[in-house]
Design a protein around this ligand. Structure first.
Ligand code: FO1
Length: 307
């Protein structure tokens, strides 16, 4: 069974950690969000790609869901001694990844090739492809009309700003990275991971060609709700969905994905939404989607594979 998964950050990585135990990782292609990418101290950081790769490589910091386990902060401390703010926590080993990614990109290597080198050398058997090799950057406009870079909004300001609009700068000029459209066309099953529909899945669907390709395969597409009982399990999804006029519920997300997704996994705690989702003409699958442990993530993946 060839599987293609659209993935954002921590929520997606948790699910993918279960998926690679439920099937042969060599049959999985992950299309990763790069709208969160940012430059820090001249280094190119791709948070959502690194979160997925470190998780599948078994080296991610389990406590935060990002960065490398038991990493140290000597470099960051030194930059702070020299006056830097250091609010974006880059660990020493993590910086090693950013040093080589930055060097390879500067030498003209495409982000998709850079990403393939990193995941292979970390022993990850699943294929990981960025949504695009061109630069797409998620920006958020707050109610004061300030345009915030993603990590400024998400980390520095702890996603506290009231947001009026979300923009994917550069998306209109971007193209799917090599392998992305093939992975969508050739998959036996496609999963939209439980990531933030606005800032993690949104940028992927904003790359011209991707949403269209998915809509032709919507019968084999399974969305997983990142909203349980009206709230996001982690992060600002419940604050950002209203910004794009999507109801903060499993039904709201199913309706938002209607053109690309004919099967929707909602948490059994949201049973009342199932009937409304079925009325959309979408198969509603009620499972335990709160992945407190890797075993729950594996069980969820297994149940979706057999659905
Ligand atoms: N998230 C934080 O909340 N604080 C951080 O200092 C932080 C640093 C960081 C470094 C590398 C990396 O790959 C991810 C990092 N993240 C941090 C997570 C990241 O900001 C978000 O998880 C994604 O961009 C959204 O999924």
């Amino acid at each position: 069974m060839r599987m293609t998964a659209l993935a954002g950050g921590v929520g997606a990585a948790k699910f993918l950690g279960g998926l690679v135990r439920a099937m042969d990782p060599g049959d999985i292609t992950i299309i990763g969000n790069t709208g969160d990418d940012a430059e820090f101290y001249g280094l190119h950081v791709s948070p959502d790609l690194d979160i997925v790769i470190y998780t599948l490589a078994g080296i991610v910091d389990e406590l935060t869901g990002w960065g490398i386990a038991r990493d140290t902060n000597r470099a960051l401390e030194q930059t702070q001694r020299l006056g830097a703010e250091g609010w974006f926590r880059l660990g020493d080993a993590d910086i090693g990844t950013h040093l080589l990614r930055t060097e390879w990109l500067r030498d003209g290597v495409l982000l998709s090739e850079v990403t393939d080198r990193i995941r292979r050398r970390l022993g990850v058997r699943a294929t990981v492809i960025p949504m695009s090799d061109e630069q797409v950057r998620t920006k958020l406009v707050n109610t004061n009309g300030e345009i915030l870079d993603f990590q400024e909004y998400f980390v520095h300001r702890q996603h506290a700003d009231e947001i009026e609009a979300v923009v994917f700068a550069g998306a209109a000029f971007s193209t799917p990275a090599p392998g992305v459209l093939e992975a969508i066309r050739e998959a036996d099953r496609i999963i939209i991971c439980p990531s933030n529909p606005v800032i993690s899945i949104g940028p992927i669907l904003a790359v011209p060609g991707i949403r269209e390709a998915l809509s032709t395969r919507r019968e084999v597409v399974f969305g997983i709700s990142p909203i349980v009982q009206g709230a996001a399990l982690k992060g600002p999804a419940d604050k950002l969905l209203p910004v794009i006029e999507v109801e903060v519920s499993a039904y709201g997300v199913a309706n938002h994905y209607l053109d690309v997704c004919a099967n929707f996994v909602l948490d059994y705690r949201d049973a009342p939404d199932a009937k409304k989702i079925e009325e959309l003409g979408v198969q509603a699958i009620q499972l335990d989607t709160v992945m407190e442990t890797p075993e729950v993530a594996e069980r969820l993946a297994k149940e979706i594979l057999s659905a």
